[in-house]
Design a protein. Structure first.
Length: 339
């Protein structure tokens, strides 16, 4: 027979478990270095709840976690490779068991598939204004930006399909008022796409995620045969630009779809560009420090909860640069690099 004291203890344990299940948590992908690491560093002080630093490589991830803890920045580590759905499912199970849901997801992991040290213009180095010119005019007369079908496949599978893997597996965990931030790029502007038919499909308000996947797969089919930049797809850092374009489109579709989900409210999904940032990805050629690059993703991560007229002014399913929503469809997005 269970006495009163024992039953109180059982009830107490159950309550503690329930409370733990409701505890808030945030997760950042690709966070062992660069902007992702900077984001976890900032969140560890700013986010009320557990912050998960995830990385594809266990050793690199744990090293990053330890470096942060030496700086009195506490976070948890979980292994997550965006290309490996089993690793994402494991993360889902841990989060579900420990928190019962997810409150902030920052989709940061990415690769560029080019070596910024090698890329030059025929008459000299790629200084920031020259980057603008090349990116803005969708030309690619740079030297040493060599096209490779294998690299193109890797970039699209990581930057677009990888982020989609994470979304497909972790979105069911998003609680009401959750925020999702995609690290896209100014290079993902539709101005860099010359194929009118594809452009029309990408801006179609009725486009489905399945159709978007098939557009990305069409790109990969072309990429196996030749450089898609030669047939109207983005030229400069082509696979990267096209993946980020798809990612920005995905943001809009996912916001539209999740708004229809009556079981959860006030979930906001946005994409952003951090600017041109000095990290390993850019061979430290960027014009912003990591610290300076965090403003926009953190602004989107902490969009206030609620409803009403003020809420309707917030970016939703949008592309944001320097805290301002950008027309990524029509604009010649030159200021992705601040000189
Ligand atoms: N730097 C810029 O100027 C700039 C501009 C616009 C947008 N962005 C975007 O911002 C994000 C962060 O860029 P960054 O400059 O910080 O780059 P970074 O220093 O190269 O860091 C990229 C991170 O992504 C991880 N990653 C790569 N493939 C992965 C995979 N399959 N699964 C999980 N993680 C993976 C890397 O892990 P490993 O260490 O294991 O490789 C690393 O932690 C990227 O999405 C990038 O496209 C950057």
């Amino acid at each position: 027979m269970v006495n009163e004291g024992e039953s109180d203890a059982v009830a107490g344990k159950q309550a503690a478990k329930e409370e733990k299940k409701l505890s808030r948590c945030a997760l950042v992908t690709g966070a062992n270095k660069g902007i992702g690491y900077g984001l976890v560093r900032a969140l560890s002080k700013k986010f009320k709840g557990t912050v998960y630093l995830t990385a594809r490589d266990k050793e690199r991830g744990q090293e990053a976690q330890h470096a942060l803890s030496r700086d009195d920045r506490l976070c948890e580590f979980l292994q997550l490779d965006v290309k490996d759905r089993a690793s994402i499912e494991k993360v889902r199970d841990v989060i579900m068991e420990k928190h019962g849901g997810l409150d902030l997801l920052i989709q940061n992991a990415g690769i560029v598939g080019a070596d910024f040290y090698q890329i030059r213009l025929p008459d000299g180095p790629m200084t920031p204004p020259r980057w603008i010119d090349v990116a803005d005019n969708n030309h690619n007369d740079v030297v040493n930006e060599v096209y490779s079908a294998e690299v193109a496949e890797d970039v699209v599978q990581t930057d677009f399909f990888g982020a989609l893997n994470v979304a497909e597996i972790l979105f069911p965990l998003l609680r009401s008022h959750a925020r999702v931030v995609y690290m896209s790029s100014g290079l993902g502007s539709l101005r860099n796409l010359e194929i009118v038919e594809v452009k029309k499909r990408l801006v179609d308000p009725e486009l489905s995620v399945e159709e978007l996947k098939s557009i990305a797969n069409d790109y990969l089919r072309v990429a196996k045969e030749k450089d898609p930049g030669n047939v109207g797809y983005p030229k400069h850092l082509g696979p990267y630009s096209f993946s980020k374009m798809c990612l920005t489109v995905l943001t809009r579709l996912q916001q539209r779809d999740i708004d229809k989900d009556e079981s959860r409210e006030d979930i906001i999904i946005n994409a952003c560009t951090p600017g041109f940032v000095a990290t390993e990805m850019t061979s430290y050629k960027g014009t912003k420090t990591i610290e300076e690059a965090l403003d926009t993703p953190l602004y989107l991560a902490f969009l206030p909860p609620g409803s009403g007229p003020e809420q309707s002014k917030l970016p939703r399913g949008a592309f944001v640069r320097d805290l301002v929503e950008v027309d990524w469809i029509g604009e010649r997005d030159s200021s992705f690099i601040k000189v």
